[in-house]
Design a binder for this molecule. Structure first.
Ligand SMILES: Nc1ncnc2c1ncn2[C@@H]1O[C@H](COP(=O)(O)OP(=O)(O)OP(=O)(O)O)[C@@H](O)[C@H]1O
Length: 262
């Protein structure tokens, strides 16, 4: 479904990605892991068109994403969440998700201003869909609460519902469990599995090894901008280079080798 072919990315003289090849099959839950600064977020920014690669190809369902603008890539069926939560905190949960759905409405905000007759129908459809997505994320009972009142874990789930409102086929999740407690993590694992079972494909960046190993069928490991391993969780767990990459760091925030082998 998504193919990165020999991707490289330089920022001036800084070579952040070298010859990155990743193939995400349709229907997979695929993990992209690696130490801080390895280049994971840069990969997401290249896929979503926020950055252009210095070399290589990016294909989504056989179509090149190069030269495409972020909104065009969203329209093709790719949505993402961010490492730092980006919600409209002064809006309700329902409004947050409806905003994500606007691109599917023919009228948009202009229609609202002009009072076009079709607008109300489309708005009703967007609200119905938004409520359904909130129910997938077990947040429908709070649809009319302000996003600001949510716990951290709930805010992350709301972000996911909002990303789904663009009706993607591929969902990119940037550290979905960051800041969540153990119970919230277990709940999110069930919800992400349920989303995949509804036919979506998921590519996630995540530092929590227990979460990645428990959820992903395939994992690619980036280290200093290179893919050093790609395979099933058990293969990654036992890969010498991966253990070395995590052991070789002195950063306390990093998952330890013990973390990799959990
Ligand atoms: N726009 C930019 N300009 C210059 N350098 C950048 C830019 N974006 C990222 N970098 C650099 O590229 C490298 C990889 O960063 P990136 O954010 O992709 O890593 P990461 O693996 O996502 O790290 P983390 O796990 O900490 O989020 C870092 O050295 C970073 O400083």
């Amino acid at each position: 479904m998504l193919e990165l072919g020999a991707i490289s990315k330089n920022f001036g003289g800084l070579h952040v990605l070298h010859d990155v090849n990743v193939s995400v099959p349709q229907g997979a839950i695929f993990g992209l892991i690696g130490p801080n600064g390895a280049g994971k977020t840069t990969v997401f920014n290249l896929i979503t068109g926020l950055l252009a690669p210095s070399g290589g190809t990016i294909q989504f369902d056989g179509q090149s994403l190069l030269q495409k603008k972020p909104h065009e890539i969203t329209r093709l069926g790719i949505a993402r969440t961010f490492q730092n939560i980006r919600l409209f905190k002064e809006m309700t949960l329902l409004e947050n998700v409806v905003v994500g759905a606007y691109r599917h409405m023919h009228y948009g905000f202009g229609g609202l201003l002009l009072g076009l007759p079709g607008y109300r129908k489309h708005e009703a459809q967007a609200r119905t869909r938004a409520l359904e997505l909130l129910s997938w994320m077990k947040l429908d009972h709070k649809a009319h609460d302000l996003a600001d009142n949510l716990s951290y874990g709930e805010q992350r789930r709301l972000e996911l519902a909002r990303a789904l409102a663009t009706e993607p086929r591929l969902l990119l999740l940037d550290e979905p469990v960051a800041g969540m407690n153990t119970g919230e993590r277990a709940e999110l694992m069930r919800e992400i599995t349920a989303i995949r079972d509804r036919g979506y494909t998921i590519l996630m960046i995540e530092h929590d090894m227990r979460f990645v190993m428990g959820l992903c069928e395939r994992i690619a490991v980036l280290n200093f901008g290179k893919i050093i391993a790609c395979g099933r969780p058990d293969e990654i767990r036992n890969n010498e280079q991966v253990i070395e990459a995590y052991l070789g760091r002195e950063d306390d925030d990093e998952p330890s080798a013990e973390g990799v082998t959990q």
